[in-house]
Design a protein. Structure first.
Length: 121
């Protein structure tokens, strides 16, 4: 059975042997790792997870899982002295309703912390 692929992308590997859902994301990983070696950025994280709404237990006792958003990369930019969050997206993903809602929720969470989600299309 073939692994699930969204939007007909092909899984690709970057130079660090990480598996990425698209060639574009693998290329971004290569570029960010080179930037980290050059000390332009630090604390590079892949697939950082953000909690948009914590899990809870309903009045009837059933558990509700938290709503999370997983970006592609996050790192500290030494040049601009700020934390950056990068998400590599296709046009098809940006039109997805679930993505739009989660992005709005994440934008609100990041605004409180003074951060911005950057999308690369």
């Amino acid at each position: 059975m073939r692994p699930y692929r969204k939007y007909k992308n092909r899984f690709s590997f970057c130079n660090q042997s990480h598996k990425h859902p698209s060639m574009k994301e693998a290329g971004a990983c290569n570029q960010l790792n080179l930037m980290q070696l050059a000390k332009e950025i630090k604390n590079l994280k892949q697939q950082p997870k953000f909690i948009l709404q914590p899990g809870f237990i309903r009045a009837d006792g059933k558990k509700v899982r938290p709503i999370t958003y997983t970006a592609d990369f996050s790192f500290y930019d030494n040049k601009y002295k700020c934390q950056r969050i990068i998400d590599i997206k296709s046009v098809a993903t940006i039109r997805n309703r679930a993505y739009v809602i989660k992005k709005k929720m994440l934008d609100y969470q990041l605004k409180i912390k003074g951060l911005v989600l950057e999308e690369e299309i």
